[in-house]
Design a protein around this ligand. Structure first.
Ligand SMILES: [Zn+2]
Length: 1084
């Protein structure tokens, strides 16, 4: 990224100085200003109590007998040259590999939640448990009092962050480490003597402790956590009474509510200078006549380029569809040819000037904010925003980076908004007025610049933060309470028989190995692995080893770490060992016959390893978790529950364990991505909870077979690993006085009322939120929105990405309609639909979605009913011409469609998770896929492979009547391609596409599309390659299908033709007629 900003020439890297933030603060002179706290200090509860994670249940006493499982799972399948897996009782080979009663091994490394490591005593001290199961592998943590030093004796802060590193071990205690026998010498030192090498490249300087910013609230999606507010300080990087993000105003009332928070606003403005009178019309008129008025926001009608009508003149402002009587019938119909479709108009929203951020980052459901409650009530559609903070920008449009070297980022001292192009400078440049809350702020001396004759700062054009709607600030130490974390990737891999047989393990290992060089953050990147079936397999990846060492723990009730260190290692230092592990993983478990899955215990062990740093956890799960805590029942689908009040339970998490685990992961800056592969029910609804509350994603490969789905899995895993990731992030969206964000929809966890915790967020995640008016009347002409994402970059910089947007306030419903953004509306409506389906019946979710459409169009019709003849015409604003279609498509989407038997519960859940993170453009593609005929297209043109690539075929309406048995059609929904081959396609064509081997195969479900030595095949593959480039977020696999191949044809193609009558819902034309009737019946 280019380095711009106020201090060109200075190093971009922010010095990790330990200067007190207080010293760096600009000398605010406002009376009542409270100095910021100095460097964060440990503020947690007294030692002994602070290491107990909240809300994590003790291992259930009803856990299955793990000893039996351990014994019934013979070791032999794992025997390999490199690894020595301990056996029950006593391992073969070198004696005393694992010393029983090894005190230090049983004790947890510093700062591991005691609940997970042993038993959590009432006083918080840690006491290892003697567990008979653990003896079966010789890992008895029967440490008793010698090694299991209670945590109360461990000074939490130093041992946690190496501020004061415990004495190093003797050379023998961590010697050569290989073979295993030497890795486990008779260590007699207590665990606290294990040094934890500083894991952050910035050095072992005093690492500030964690700070608990406040209770965690789950997103308001119907799943309410019951976990207690964390008393335990999370490893957040957001400081105490953060100078950072959304810090409460530091003066005046003790804890004044934030902008956009839920707290009442009285008193909020009472301590600052009195707000100026409401801006009068004209001040933003854009003429630049008035001092400081250069910040001209867009006018309501100016959005989208083609909606330039003035506020008045709504006459004939509507579009309409006429209903004509059907011949010989009392029914009426619409001409299908007249129906609006997104065939020629892709989702292409224009930017509204450089002062507003690009719409790829932030879109509002309408770009005209209603000024009153009554107007909001008449809007009926979602009123809110869709935020895609890290959306990928085309080359040349990257977000500029600003580094206020040596001084603080300029922010409003009341609402904490960041300086942006819309602030106004006055008083010769010595003060600036915050556009969000209108407070007059002092300009820091080092930031001063004189104004020109128009009141504009003379350096405004050179400063991105004063001229661009999106900037990325380099954050100073005041935005961190610990050094920026390194990128951490941890892999938790199911190695049970189905994971091995399907080829998942092999593809995963090969992909990870091939991607190691692309992991961001070299040379700080850390990596670790844990595999599991009925036992947990840990891997010592210490850099001095030649081969990794596997250590097995069979104790699922109280999983513990067999090694305090080296389970998570620096990738560049341990590269050889990591490569060796990935090379041997597939063969190591080649003959594994275990069908069990101890995912829950594996997650707990992983948490112990990762909780010090946080990072990204990738879970590869091939079966239903069956052992230990978090085991799940084969709930499957139950026809008796559909249509009852309990129906939603099928789509929710059954096991509280996953929610509690997710809360802990989020708290410790761990983001979880779930890769699920089962060919049978794997209860994705429960597993996905981990991703849902940690900002992660769910990738589902039902019935995974490497030869069919391997390429897709490999691409998506590689993208997950190599794409730019924002670590330990939080996001807040601020808005002007009088409105606030009231609900949030997506994958995150809410901290306080409006701070979204995103442990690892990337360019493929979007979020949405709904707005509420707090004041009865908005008195300003403009409302400003500012999204701020505070994160650690992979290179180890704290950064704040800020997107600012101005939106006019209107008093007229027509203006709101004119400035409506159907993409943002559809995105929010889809998310609301999925959320609704988690709380009630599918039918209710569809009804609610449909009602929004009806109410909205009825309101719109009523605006014109008096002066126009509206009978037999469905009126709609131009901006919402696609809303009826998208509403229909939402109701027909896999996440909401039908009921029992329409899809599997896992596939429905997976789609729901997908929708909750999708960007707007991807969602619209999913709702109305591109559908085109390709046989003629591939045959045309010259002889070359890519001669035809002059353009893609024109998409046709999504209706089965378009399918021609003589043709081949491609359905592209942005998640996959489905290639439909008509029954009477010429044999030669089919032979070229499928190859002679499968040309006459009646069932193509097991056939993967491959490139054959024929011109048509090469062209098809080239075309798909081009299409994939347009959608890099996923790998669109091409699924092959012959006409009449049921039930695949119904599931893959016919069910997705939304203009047809499918899934118990009418076709598009009928839908319009029904909508019209519904509106007219109730219209006055
Ligand atoms: Zn402000």
């Amino acid at each position: 990224m280019q380095q711009q900003g106020g201090n060109p020439g200075l190093p971009a890297e922010f010095p990790h100085s330990s200067t007190s933030p207080a010293q760096q603060r600009p000398p605010y002179t406002v009376p009542g200003s409270i100095p910021r706290p100095g460097p964060p200090s440990w503020q947690g509860p007294p030692p002994g109590t602070q290491f107990r994670p909240q809300g994590v249940p003790q291992p259930s006493s009803g856990a299955p007998p793990t000893l039996a499982n351990a014994l019934s799972n013979p070791i032999s399948p794992f025997q390999s040259g490199s690894y020595q897996r301990p056996v029950a009782g006593r391992p073969p080979g070198p004696p005393a590999v694992f010393q029983p009663s090894q005190p230090s091994l049983g004790a947890p490394p510093p700062f591991q939640p005691s609940t997970f490591g042993g038993s959590s005593q009432a006083d918080g001290s840690w006491s290892p448990v003697s567990n008979p199961n653990s003896a079966s592998v010789g890992f008895s943590p029967k440490a008793s009092s010698t090694g299991g030093s209670p945590f109360s004796n461990v000074s939490p802060v130093p041992s946690t962050f190496g501020g004061s590193i415990p004495p190093p071990p003797t050379s023998s205690s961590l010697g050569s480490g290989f073979p295993i026998s030497s890795a486990y010498p008779a260590i007699s030192t207590p665990v606290t003597s294990f040094p934890r090498p500083p894991q952050v490249a910035s050095g072992p300087g005093a690492r500030p402790p964690f700070y608990a910013p406040g209770p965690y609230n789950l997103p308001p999606t119907g799943h309410q956590f019951s976990s207690a507010p964390p008393q335990q300080p999370p490893p957040s990087s957001f400081g105490p009474s953060p100078p950072s993000f959304g810090a409460p105003p530091q003066f005046g009332t003790p804890t004044p509510p934030q902008f956009g928070g839920t707290a009442p606003s009285q008193g909020y403005y009472s301590t600052g200078p009195p707000p100026p009178p409401p801006t009068t019309p004209g001040i933003y008129a854009g003429e630049g006549q008035q001092v400081g008025s250069y910040g001209a926001p867009p006018l309501a009608g100016g959005y989208g380029g083609n909606l330039q009508q003035p506020a008045q003149g709504l006459v004939e402002d509507f579009q309409s569809l006429s209903l004509v009587p059907l011949p010989g019938s009392v029914e009426s119909a619409v001409d299908p040819g007249m129906l609006p479709r997104p065939l020629d108009s892709p989702d292409d929203v224009k930017s509204t000037g450089t002062m507003n951020c690009n719409p790829r980052y932030l879109r509002l459901s309408t770009n005209a904010m209603p000024n009153s409650h009554s107007l909001v009530a008449r809007w009926h559609l979602p009123l809110g925003a869709v935020v895609h903070p890290l959306a990928e920008a085309p080359p040349g449009e990257e977000v500029p980076v600003v580094n206020f070297v040596g001084s603080s980022i300029v922010r409003c001292r009341r609402c904490r908004a960041y300086i942006n192009p819309y602030v106004m400078f006055t008083d010769g440049g010595r003060r600036w007025r915050c556009n969000v809350c209108v407070l007059l702020n002092e300009v820091p001396i080092e930031y001063f610049c004189s104004l020109d004759e128009n009141g504009r700062r003379r350096d405004a054009d050179e400063r991105p933060e004063l001229s661009c709607g999106s900037v990325e600030f380099v954050a100073q130490t005041e935005y961190m309470v610990r050094p920026p974390m390194p990128p951490v990737y941890f892999f938790l891999i199911d190695v049970s028989i189905s994971a091995v047989k399907s080829g998942m393990l092999k593809v995963a290992a090969e992909t990870i190995k091939a991607t190691l060089d692309k992991l961001p953050g070299f040379p700080r990147t850390q990596i670790g692995f844990l595999t599991f079936d009925s036992m947990l397999h840990f891997y010592n990846l210490k850099s001095s080893l030649m081969q990794p060492q596997m250590m097995v723990v069979a104790d699922l009730d109280d999983p513990f770490l067999p090694l305090p260190d080296d389970l998570l290692v620096n990738l560049s230092e341990s590269r050889v060992v990591v490569d060796a592990l990935l090379d041997s993983l597939p063969s190591l478990f080649e003959k594994n016959i275990s069908i069990e899955s101890a995912l829950g215990p594996a997650l707990k062990a992983t948490f112990m390893i990762m909780s010090q740093l946080g990072g990204k956890l990738l879970v590869f799960q091939s079966t239903l978790p069956s052992l230990g805590v978090g085991r799940l029942k084969l709930r499957g689908d139950d026809p008796r529950i559909y249509g009852t009040e309990k129906e939603y339970l099928l789509r929710g998490s059954e096991e509280q364990f996953y929610k509690h685990m997710a809360a802990d992961f989020s708290k410790y800056q761990i983001g979880v991505n779930i890769y699920a592969f089962g060919d049978r029910y794997t209860d994705l609804a429960s597993l996905g909870t981990l991703a849902k509350y940690t900002g992660g994603q769910v990738c589902y490969y039902p019935g995974f077979q490497a030869y069919l789905h391997g390429e897709k899995f490999s691409y998506e895993l590689a993208r997950d690993l190599s794409r730019e990731t924002a670590w330990e992030a939080v996001m807040r969206i601020r808005c002007g006085k009088g409105i606030r964000f009231s609900s949030f929809h997506g994958h995150f966890m809410l901290r306080s009322s409006d701070l979204m915790a995103l442990p690892a967020v990337d360019c493929d995640k979007a979020f949405s939120m709904q707005l509420t008016l707090e004041d009865t009347l908005l008195t300003t002409n403009t409302v400003y929105f500012q999204v701020a994402l505070l994160f650690t970059s992979s290179t180890g910089e704290r950064r704040i990405r800020v997107h600012t947007m101005a939106t006019p306030v209107v008093s007229d419903l027509g203006e709101m309609y004119r400035a409506a953004d159907v993409g943002a509306i559809a995105s929010i409506m889809s998310r609301l639909g999925v959320d609704k389906s988690m709380q009630s019946k599918l039918e209710d979710a569809r009804q609610t979605t449909q009602q929004r459409l009806h109410r909205s169009l009825r309101e719109y019709r009523n605006m014109f009913a008096v002066q126009h003849r509206t009978s037999n015409r469905l009126l709609f604003p131009e901006s919402l011409r696609l809303l009826p279609l998208y509403t229909l498509a939402i109701c027909k989407n896999l996440a909401l469609r039908g009921g029992y038997g329409d899809t599997t519960p896992d596939e429905r859940s997976a789609m729901g998770f997908e929708i909750m993170t999708m960007s707007i453009s991807r969602l619209l593609k999913l709702l109305y896929p591109a559908f085109f005929r390709i046989d003629e297209f591939l045959l045309q043109g010259g002889k070359g492979e890519t001669d035809f690539m002059m353009g893609l075929p024109k998409p046709v309406p999504l209706a089965s009547e378009r399918l021609d048995p003589r043709g081949a059609f491609l359905l592209n929904d942005g998640l996959r391609f489905v290639l439909w081959l008509g029954k009477v396609l010429p044999d030669e064509f089919v032979k070229q596409i499928l190859g002679p081997e499968f040309a006459y195969s009646p069932d193509l479900s097991k056939v993967a599309l491959q490139e054959h030595d024929s011109i048509l095949s090469k062209r098809l593959v080239a075309m798909l390659r081009e299409l994939r480039k347009m959608n890099p977020a996923v790998y669109q696999q091409c699924i092959l299908l012959r006409q009449g191949e049921q039930p695949r044809e119904g599931n893959l193609v016919l069910g997705n033709l939304v203009e047809d009558q499918t899934g118990g819902l009418s076709g598009y034309a009928d839908w319009i007629v029904q909508t019209y009737r519904h509106i007219s019946q109730k219209a006055s």
